[in-house]
Write a protein that binds this ligand. Structure first.
Ligand SMILES: C[S@@+](CC[C@H](N)C(=O)[O-])C[C@H]1O[C@@H](n2cnc3c(N)ncnc32)[C@H](O)[C@@H]1O
Length: 266
């Protein structure tokens, strides 16, 4: 059966997708754009329930996207859900000023006045006012940890994170003398995969130890991307809750078992 390509962007305006260069001028998709659009649309749909839960007519809603790149996610969230939501604000943070400039112009041309763009590293980003939801789609290596730390500093009520390739913990496991390395990470390839897995487990346990309810799922089928783990976290309790205390203990046990120092916990 032939695929209807417009099903991939149902709800988003075709003009916006052309301006983002996701669609060609004649409305076509190449393979890379198809993959990206599918990911971003799917992520937006998974984020939509959080937007509904977190928005209030009194205080609105602020979403901050970290390592935004060309701000595909911010534009699609704005187009689909935020532009007509009272008091909604979408802030994109990206350390490449030329991408920020381009996105700022596109937002202005599209009439998306609720969008703000900040050219900064995540670690140094200054966002005024409250932050409700932090998103980070494929923020490189430890940039996902910086996004979590930023969100925690701003008392974010939820996170939607799709981590990117992870090198930090794998490198730290490589510093362990080879005779002492567990077979779990003795081979370089296993070290990379295991380091990445360990990092994401630490991220989920850390958020859970602070009272966030965490779910980890696949974003889209593996054929679309190898960086496909989606961590959704929503604040439900405090660090004294039994579930949070259990996660804290499990995190401590994990850190005793593996001599690593991930950015998130530094
Ligand atoms: C793989 S791209 C993903 C872009 C976008 N989120 C997407 O999925 O289309 C990662 C982006 O994060 C930015 N980045 C990486 N580390 C960063 C940091 N510490 N602070 C701000 N931006 C960062 C890079 O410049 C790049 O544009």
């Amino acid at each position: 059966m032939k695929e209807d390509p417009s099903a991939l962007w149902r709800g988003s305006s075709e003009e916006l997708l052309k301006a983002l260069h996701i669609l060609t001028r004649d409305g076509k998709l190449n393979a890379d754009s198809r993959r990206k659009l599918k990911q971003v649309h799917h992520l937006a749909q998974l984020i939509e329930p959080l937007i509904r839960n977190l928005h209030s007519s009194e205080s609105g809603l602020t979403v901050v996207d970290m390592g935004a790149g060309k701000s595909y996610l911010g534009f699609i969230l704005t187009d689909l859900y935020l532009k007509n939501l009272a008091g909604a604000r979408m802030v994109s943070i990206e350390n490449r000023p030329e991408l920020i400039e381009r996105s700022r112009k596109l937002a202005s041309d599209s009439g998306f006045s609720i969008m703000d763009f900040i050219a900064s590293t995540i670690g140094e980003a200054q966002v005024e006012g409250k932050v409700d939801l932090v998103t980070a789609l494929h923020a490189c290596d430890t940039a996902t940890d910086d996004a979590i730390r930023f969100g925690l500093r701003h008392h974010a009520r939820a996170f939607a994170l799709v981590p990117c390739c992870q090198a930090e913990v794998s490198a730290q496991l490589g510093e362990i003398p080879s005779a002492e390395r567990s077979p779990l990470y003795r081979q370089a390839l296993h070290r990379r995969e295991f380091g990445s897995h360990l990092t994401n487990v630490i991220r989920t346990l850390y958020l859970s130890s602070l009272g966030y309810q965490v779910t980890v799922t696949e974003l889209v089928g593996w054929e679309h991307s190898m960086k496909n783990e989606l961590i959704l976290a929503e604040k439900k309790s405090g660090p004294e809750h039994p579930e949070a205390l259990r996660s804290k203990q499990q995190l401590e046990e994990l850190l005793l078992a593996f001599p690593i120092r991930p950015t998130l916990l530094k």
